[in-house]
Design a protein around this ligand. Sequence first.
Ligand code: PGA
Ligand code: ZN
Length: 378
Amino acid sequence: ALELRDGGNRYCGRGVQKAVAGIERVIAPVLTGKNALEQTSVDAEMIALDGTDDKSTLGANALLGVSLATARAAAASQRLPLYRWIAELDSGGTGLSMPVPMMNIVNGGAHADNGLDIQEFMIRPVGADSFKEALRWGAEVFHTLKGLLSKAGHSTNVGDEGGFAPGLSSTRSALDLVLTAINKAGYRPEEQVSLAIDAAASEFYQEDRYSLTGEQLSLDSEQLVDYFDRLAASYPVDSIEDGMDQNDWAGWKHLTSRLGGRLQLVGDDLFVTHAQTLMQGIEQQAANAILIKCNQIGTLTETLKAIQVARKNGFGQVISHRSGETEDSFIADLAVGTGAGQIKTGGLSRSERTVKYNRLLRIEEELGGKASYRGVGK
Ligand code: PGA
Ligand code: ZN
């Protein structure tokens, strides 16, 4: 879905006066007086007003702002916490649960100015017995990693998603450091803390080849599957996101048939939170999980639809932030209310990331043990 920006010089072209004007002049006159409890019809009205497939008339940023505000208003009017209201909207859901955080502690690819080809190196505290405990484990590993980096003379500045962005260039060197940090922090890799990556392979795909420039490798789809296979055999990696380019469906099918029985394979750029595109993946057996980003699709109704299609077809669901992110914590409630089981919301730094973790802590306290921490994310 298109994010509408103004262009021109103001805010270097990134202003949103057009999107705001669309809300005030087009959306508000139609929605004012409507019942906020009817999320589906509110979203359907906006989709009709926009009239395009990619929401380019009014902008997904305009539609999503109103859509999420509607859900918040409805929850407040029902005197329900947001996650409970989301659970009601998502009727048929698996019930409330606390998600396993997939914490991005080393940033590479387009999210950092280093030589790492892989965009995200994440830790998953799968062995913790509560979200609160998982968060503490993650924070300890993160700060232990900081110490290791600093000792080795690497930068400890953070990248776009709040993970470190050391000047490394090989995937294995990054994974080795993360593993050392897990051990040094006192946790058992795999059993207590597993690893996950987001390759964001579309970023290094050109003319049918995958160019891992940091490692000076140029691979075809099949060789890239071998690469991941070897990686998963050497490290406790249990989830790979966007292992293949978004248009390389043959590569995706191959990846899934080779590794899908052992690993979670998450489609982000592949599915773009679009229920119909996800159906294509389900039919073709490409991937076995979906990344859920509300602003890739533009309304809450369509976001819930993608989650429901995934759930119904046995696909995993990872609720996700964006690299460019706001201090809004909606996705924390979304993860709990839909019982998605997993959330990806960055490293243990930068308050647009930690605000989601803090909200999850509050929710877990409020539920007082009534929502289980999934423990195993798959
Ligand atoms: P993006 O990255 O928000 O820059 O698309 C996040 C991701 O790829 O998961
Ligand atoms: Zn991704």
